[in-house]
Design a protein around this ligand. Structure first.
Ligand code: TXA
Ligand code: MG
Length: 356
């Protein structure tokens, strides 16, 4: 399949932007797939109400069929068609955080095909704030199923370059534009029970959710890797966000961490193995390795979130075999969002943490 790559930029007139979005929307209505930017990561969109489109999404990503998709809407009125009921707490959360990086899980209506929900009776819905995403969803008919636009298992793409790397030849169109300012996927909250439960941490933190909806729980499997329970967001059980190189997180006093990572890099260098380091503004100058990346200030969760997936992808491009990252546990000023960053880093590392 030939993939059309369409860039929307500042040089485009409003009419030209409209034309491009109308064309993208038409592809979705006709059962095709279009990747598009959002404020979190790029999504791989198809018509959420068309079972054949959902099947195509799974095929393009190489994604297991039991891992449900998020339905993206641009208009709050469209929510009613998708769900059986809108619980009061969910209504409050929507008023507080939509449009934005929050996904909520509801009991699904008969309109939503099981192909979109991975066979579940619940449906995940999100209303993004990114303006191109919203206009695209409207042109597409209002209901766009979209997982992150990466091949299954790889880090979610935060730029069109990495969407093209994974999806060129597999989908009809890629919309390229500024976006992914947040850099990590949306927070997922299950609102089907009395107490909301966070199934995936993100920019909207537990504290922010509980300030609006009262007591809010965290799915135990998010941080406790030894838990024998299955995660309630099926996608959270899969190996994820993983670079090809073996990633290890190093935890301890910062000077000991730097020392340990330099030692390991020297050992690898002696064996002619390429090593990558995820360092920070405070430490990058102290590392000696094949490739040293600056993820931003150790205190700034937002900066690290924006950089993380790009850094992991760059290590793949550079054929790095071993990767060491400083741990950020306890370092970030914004602890809530920091938890989301550490959650993704731990998953990318397959929970391999060395204490020094
Ligand atoms: O920020 C985002 O959410 C991005 C952008 C494109 O919007 N999308 C995204 O989608 O991250 P995806 O498919 O990569 O992750 C969706 C997650 C998976 O872990 C999936 O298991 C979970 O949402 N999920 C979807 N529907 C669910 C449901 N009914 N119950 C529980 N978990 C669900
Ligand atoms: Mg994903």
């Amino acid at each position: 399949m030939k993939t059309k790559i369409v860039t929307i930029g500042k040089a485009d007139s409003p009419e030209r932007i409209s034309e491009k979005l109308v064309e993208a929307g038409r592809i979705i209505r006709q059962g095709g797939l279009v990747a598009f930017p959002t404020e979190t990561v790029y999504g791989l969109g198809g018509d959420a109400l068309n079972p054949a489109s959902s099947r195509k999404i799974y095929a393009a990503k190489g994604r297991p069929g039991d891992n449900p998709l998020i339905v993206h809407i641009a208009d709050i009125e469209h929510l009613q068609q998708l769900v059986c009921e809108i619980p009061v707490k969910a209504q409050k959360l929507a008023e507080a955080f939509w449009p934005g990086p929050l996904t909520m899980i509801y009991q699904k209506s008969a309109l939503v095909p099981y192909q979109t929900t991975g066979g579940l009776d619940t449906v995940a819905v999100r209303m993004p704030v990114h303006s191109i995403a919203r206009r695209f969803i409207q042109e597409a008919g209002g209901y766009v199923a979209a997982p992150s636009a990466n091949l299954s298992g790889k880090p979610s793409p935060t730029s069109a370059k990495y969407v093209i790397q994974d999806m060129d030849g597999r989908i009809d169109m890629i919309l390229s534009a500024d976006g992914a300012e947040i850099g990590l996927e949306s927070t997922i909250v299950d609102v089907t029970g009395e107490v909301p439960v966070i199934l995936r941490p993100g920019y909207i933190t537990q504290q922010m959710v509980s300030a609006v909806a009262g007591q809010t729980d965290m799915d135990v499997t998010i941080y406790d890797n030894s838990s024998t329970e299955a995660p309630r967001a099926p996608g959270m059980k899969y190996r994820h966000y993983a670079p090809r190189g073996e990633l290890v997180i190093v935890e301890g006093e910062l000077q000991d961490v730097v020392c340990y990572i330099n030692e390991q890099a020297a050992l690898h260098a002696a064996r002619k193995e390429r090593t990558g380091v995820i360092g920070t503004q405070e430490t990058v100058a102290q590392y000696h390795a094949s490739s040293v990346k600056n993820a931003g200030s150790r205190r700034d969760a937002g900066a690290v979130a924006r950089q993380l997936y790009t850094i992991l992808r760059e290590f793949d491009d550079e054929d790095v075999a071993y990767i060491y990252s400083e741990s950020f546990a306890g370092a970030f000023e914004d602890e809530g969002f920091g938890q989301a960053v550490m959650n993704r880093l731990l998953k990318a590392a397959g929970h391999k943490v060395v204490q020094v």
